[in-house]
Design a protein around this ligand. Structure first.
Ligand SMILES: Nc1ncnc2c1ncn2[C@@H]1O[C@H](COP(=O)(O)OP(=O)(O)OP(=O)(O)O)[C@@H](O)[C@H]1O
Ligand SMILES: [Mg+2]
Length: 429
């Protein structure tokens, strides 16, 4: 145990609800998904996909895949997977965000962004010449107005590519093949595309992958996004299973042990100065319901409280206080905003919303008979009327009907927040 109190900044950063885990030391659990990712990278010509709910840990896993692809086996060794092989990919990581609307936009970003391929296009003489050979309107589209990449050799013809293509797909195809063949990294290029679900129209992506798998097996993709399976992520009906040859990693909620590891890691980062009591741990794990994000969020606020109060042990009661503070101080403005929208100013509707969240079965389905009973115990006898409102846009459409008398929350993270959050007020409608 350390005998000096850690500083505020160290304390504030022991948990990190605001960003994904990039370093392997802070990455908890997930042995099986890491194993699948490793084997997926090993499978020549296969693409990888990481799917799962919002906030379940997709980007964190994607960052580990990036590191493993670059030859860093620290996590693989710590998890004792027993693999000695080190990969050597040139890894390009891109999070789509909200301005990538079609696959063309994605490919353009992958080529033109400085964090992606742009520096290599400059670096590799052959790709530079190829890009320079494109018609100015094509290169401008791809490389922006300045078309800087093309500026050096101007219009010199590029003989190694028979016909100069005009569409983004073929340009991408050529550029990546040239760079991959340059053997900058012996395993080729690995594109990790996070937030793939943000692409409004992903059509054309599957056929591009198919073509790449044949023509350039050393150019690989790992796509990551909120989805329940690969069809949902790619939004294509035809089966894409073969392209992903067993490398679809579906992230489930984390187990209690995995979530506890997050708490242990944070304690260790602070040299053991702070301790979460058993009761506090049980409460955190219970309310998080498998969502690592909520452990980080509650943990962060709990440490802040302990720091201020000069306490060293976090008790169960502290966790209750902290959950209240998070709600009242807008600790997560997005979740809180959605909560307020659903509840609006109705105490009755709040009771029904919470009854639904608390009546979810292990598949996240809510049987109204159960939920209405819970609501009735709290004094609401016309729960179905409020359920009717909660499915509408006005109240955020957080729940949906799946079949007669069964509903579900669209987002399990929100459902978990609803169940954990203290009620807003004791007044009535
Ligand atoms: N294996 C892990 N170990 C420790 N913390 C994790 C792990 N996975 C995720 N987290 C934490 O959980 C939170 C959500 O993780 P992440 O951003 O990776 O999820 P996501 O599925 O990409 O979320 P989104 O759907 O919002 O993109 C972050 O605070 C992150 O630090
Ligand atoms: Mg993410």
């Amino acid at each position: 145990m350390e005998n000096t109190k850690p500083g505020l900044s160290e304390t504030e950063n022991a948990f990190q609800p605001a960003r994904e885990i990039s370093d392997f030391e802070s990455f908890a659990g997930r042995k099986h998904p890491v194993d699948m990712a490793y084997l997926g990278l090993l499978t020549e010509g296969s693409s990888l996909a990481v799917v799962g709910n919002r906030g379940i840990g997709k980007s964190s896993l994607a960052r580990q895949i990036q590191a493993i692809g670059e030859g860093n086996n620290d996590l693989v060794d710590r998890l004792e997977l027993g693999y000695g092989h080190k990969f050597d990919f040139l890894v390009v990581y891109l999070a789509c965000g909200n301005n990538v609307s079609a696959v063309e936009d994605l490919l353009i970003r992958l080529m033109s962004s400085h964090a992606c391929l742009a520096p290599w296009i400059y670096e590799v003489e052959k790709s530079h010449r190829y890009v320079s050979s494109l018609a100015p309107q094509v290169s401008a589209k791809i490389f922006g107005l300045g078309a800087e990449v093309a500026s050096k050799t101007s219009t010199e013809a590029y003989s190694e590519v028979a016909s100069v293509p005009q569409d983004v797909f073929s340009v991408f195809d050529n550029v990546v093949k040239i760079i991959a063949d340059e053997k900058i990294a012996s395993d080729g290029i690995l594109f990790v595309v996070d937030e793939f679900d943000q692409i409004d129209n992903p059509s054309g992506f599957a056929s591009m992958l198919k073509a790449l798998a044949t023509n350039a097996p050393n150019v690989r993709f790992c796509i990551v996004g909120v989805a329940k399976d690969i069809q949902d992520l790619m939004r294509e009906h035809e089966s894409s299973d073969r392209l992903f040859a067993g490398s679809i990693i579906s992230l489930e909620p984390m187990s209690a042990d995995e979530l506890l590891e997050i708490v242990n890691i944070a304690e260790a980062k602070l040299g053991g100065w702070y301790t979460f009591s058993q009761d506090a741990r049980d409460k955190m794990i219970g309310l998080a319901a498998g969502h690592p994000y909520l452990v980080h969020l509650v943990g962060k606020f709990a440490l802040r409280k302990a720091y201020r109060e000069n306490a060293r042990v976090i008790e169960g009661g502290d966790i209750d206080d902290v959950v209240r503070t998070i709600a009242e101080s807008n600790g997560d403005p997005v979740l809180e905003g959605r909560y307020r929208k659903a509840v609006a100013s109705s105490r009755q509707r709040e009771i029904v919303l919470k009854s639904l969240a608390r009546s979810q079965d292990d598949k996240g389905e809510v049987w109204t008979t159960n939920a209405y009973k819970v609501a009735l115990d709290e004094g609401v006898d016309n729960a179905s009327q409020y359920v009717g409102q909660l499915v509408t846009k006005e109240f955020g459409q957080e729940i949906e009907k799946i079949r007669e008398r069964y509903y579900r929350f669209k987002d399990s993270l929100f459902a978990t927040y609803v169940a954990a959050r203290p009620s807003m007020r004791s007044g009535d409608d």
